[in-house]
Design a protein around this ligand. Sequence first.
Ligand code: HEC
Ligand code: HEC
Ligand code: HEC
Ligand code: HEC
Length: 474
Amino acid sequence: MIRICSKILILKTLVYISLLLILFNQGCNSHSEKEIGEKRNKASSAPTIHVVFTGEENGYLEPCGCSEVQLGGLSKRHTLINHLREKDGNWILLSLGDLPGKVGRQDEIKMETALEALDLMGYVAHNIGEKDLNMGVDLLGYLSQISNVDFISSNMDFTTQVLKIKPYVIKEIKTKGTTLKVGILGIVSPRLIENTYHGMEVMDPVLSLKPLLSDLRDKTDILILLSHAEMEESIKIAEVYPELDLIISGHLVDRPDLYLKKVNNTYVIPVGEKGKYVGEITLSTRQKESGEDEHANSSSPVIETIPLDGRFEDSPEIAMLLKIYQQRLKDEDLLAQVFKSDPPSNLTYIGNDDCAVCHNKIFKHGEETGHASAYETLVKSEHEYDPECVECHVIGLNYITGFETIESTPKLKGVGCESCHGPGSDHKETLSKDYGKVGVENCEICHNDEHSPHFDFKDYWQKIKHPREKEKGG
Ligand code: HEC
Ligand code: HEC
Ligand code: HEC
Ligand code: HEC
């Protein structure tokens, strides 16, 4: 813990110095995303609040840049939020939970980084998802203490822990001459929890919410539940508690607006995945309507789902946080800690140079393709110490005898012969013709939907296919 604390202090100082520098340069920033938020300006005269909701980042802090069509990223999100704030004051920013993706040191650093970003953007609450819980009590406890973002969980018992996690929060929002009290609660579905968390018990959401809601009902004007559960379960909660105005839900849904449901007077809407879209909803004070209001449109709040695409520039402040994140990966030498399994057929990676001796034509041609400079691509974007990037931009990172660091294994940088053909130690000796059959599936390890959405074997292989090596002998 000491280690994290002192690191954070230094990092924070760095961030603030950078922020000062950035502020000097900001005057000339122009926004090209004018149309965003226009719908909202036509809202009614009743007092309203605007809610921005995101979640289930699952460790996705930024698009990797592998393909130009990728959406999302904290940095673009910040630009959007700044833009929304310019138009209107009363925003409330909520996070559904699951900032990290996997378990391990890199995701711990990710969670800290993501939380600093939420803090910077002015989020008021972060609900605890199962992946946040996976980070363990120490980190959650520490982060809950230092962050300005309130951690909430209405169905976990934290009384025995040193965690600053609240069952709910009430936020006061000044709007149109009045002050609205917004109650925010948060649950995680027990169905998503596999382990027990150091004595933290996850209780039935419906039962847990009952006493809290009967307390909050009269104290608040608007009630919002962050429901870290599947839509089906969130809808059931809406059926039991009509006093909830809005339920922000999860799990595993792509685009939020396609799934909006209205249950009596409660809107249930998912966040979508990986922060690719930002959901925005304008709510007015609770109406005790009695009529059957089947259609979301008849008295519907304004809802927008905004894809974070190329319209949004990167926010310099978050870009700086992400730079520090990369620096921490380097400082902690995470590349050296990547888990390595036995290489295919227990062979050894030897590097392109060894193949060149006999397959010179193919080698020379290979040097001219993008594959050969895949490592340099990472250096250019300052991601060469990020194991999650290096994995696909070198030979065999995840295997014993594969790439380790640029100093210890310089011959294995870039996508090389053995990235497709497999380790070549044996073939080099036996010259076996059985070696190295390659098919689409070998490409798709790296050219997957996320990193290479336009991948088509025929097209792609055509661009890089080997020259015939017959004449020169091989
Ligand atoms: C699953 C494998 C994979 C991972 C992980 C990965 N990349 Fe890539 N990357 C690719 C592939 C495949 C391409 C080529 C995509 C295409 O052209 O269709 C690519 C292309 C790129 C390009 C564009 C190169 C160019 O000149 O057009 C950049 C930049 C890049 N990656 C950076 C990164 C960064 C930064 C990370 C980590 C955040 C990363 N990559 C993680 C597979 C990966
Ligand atoms: C000492 C020379 C030598 C070295 C070193 C060598 N090869 Fe070969 N390779 C050969 C010969 C000879 C053949 C058989 C060619 C033939 O009969 O068509 C062959 C065949 C192949 C084949 C084709 C198998 C098939 O389907 O017919 C692949 C793929 C291959 N080599 C890849 C590599 C790679 C990758 C490396 C480096 C890891 C490498 N070779 C290193 C000599 C070598
Ligand atoms: C180990 C991961 C990996 C494997 C396996 C892989 N690629 Fe790539 N590929 C990449 C990366 C990374 C890039 C981007 C390189 C860059 O520009 O930095 C890329 C880029 C490309 C490009 C654009 C490069 C250029 O010169 O225009 C083509 C085409 C391509 N890959 C085809 C294929 C095909 C076909 C296969 C399978 C036979 C394949 N790749 C297998 C990682 C991989
Ligand atoms: C992007 C993946 C990829 C990389 C990298 C790659 N190869 Fe290949 N290689 C293939 C595929 C796919 C084939 C099968 C070609 C076919 O079926 O027409 C092949 C075929 C071969 C063959 C069989 C002869 C031929 O031309 O069909 C040899 C030899 C060979 N590769 C050697 C190499 C060497 C040496 C390197 C590194 C300098 C290398 N390859 C890098 C995908 C790759």
